[in-house]
Ligand binder design. Structure first.
Ligand SMILES: NC(=O)c1ccc[n+]([C@@H]2O[C@H](COP(=O)([O-])OP(=O)(O)OC[C@H]3O[C@@H](n4cnc5c(N)ncnc54)[C@H](OP(=O)(O)O)[C@@H]3O)[C@@H](O)[C@H]2O)c1
Length: 177
């Protein structure tokens, strides 16, 4: 499986249960990279989606406590063992995309082959972070990046900033495939 995430310059990913930024181009890239695939997310990320509804055209697998009532279309798993059993039994391991949030990335990144990271060169004052994949101790190696470009992004307070962003790919060197 692989992970897809958008980070700020401090590897921040969210604030107050929401994304740090609205970046239409990155959303398009997210849709392209995840459509018709199984996506794995935590309960808080499900709640953060528009209307708290699962993503369309994707099999939504949500890690959430047992007593949570989730939408019917969602596959509800309560821990990593159940997740692993489900994706293995259904032959989804290679196709699955880990889509957040912080708890889920930090638990599942060691099991991902690649991390597709959108890097935004601004401090989003996040309250949720992922591990710094540039730190080799995390087990990931920088593979390639697109040239950086300046785009307009909207922050959580609807302020617009022109910032540099790029797509970066990291390969897991401990979980070698
Ligand atoms: N920038 C991005 O690309 C991106 C993508 C997705 C989300 N986000 C942001 O990330 C934030 C949400 O992240 P978060 O860390 O608060 O929540 P999260 O990872 O989405 O979900 C946490 C929930 O999932 C359950 N869970 C997660 N890992 C588990 C595990 N290994 N075993 C059992 N249960 C597990 C937790 O259960 P318990 O309650 O039992 O602990 C908790 O209820 C939001 O701000 C969201 O917007 C950013």
């Amino acid at each position: 499986m692989n992970a897809i995430v958008c980070v700020d310059k401090n590897w921040g990913i969210g604030k107050n249960g929401k994304l740090l930024f609205n970046i239409p181009e990155d959303m398009q890239s997210f849709v392209l990279n995840t459509s018709y695939k199984p996506v794995i997310m935590g309960l808080n990320t499900l709640h953060s989606l528009p209307g708290g509804k699962p993503l369309k055209n994707r099999l939504n697998i949500v890690i959430a406590p047992e007593d949570e009532k989730l939408p019917e279309s969602v596959v509800h798993v309560t821990n990593i063992k159940e997740l692993s059993d489900y994706i293995t039994k259904n032959d989804l391991v290679d196709k699955a995309m880990v889509i957040g949030g912080g708890m889920v990335y930090n638990t599942l990144l060691p099991f991902c082959d690649y991390a597709f990271v959108t890097r935004v060169d601004i401090d989003g004052n996040a309250d949720t972070f992922i591990r710094n994949l540039d730190n080799l101790d995390e087990g990931f190696m920088f593979l390639y990046e697109t040239p950086s470009r300046t785009v307009d992004i909207k922050d959580t307070e609807e302020n617009i900033h022109a910032v540099s962003m790029q797509y970066v790919v990291y390969k897991n060197i401990l979980n070698d495939c």
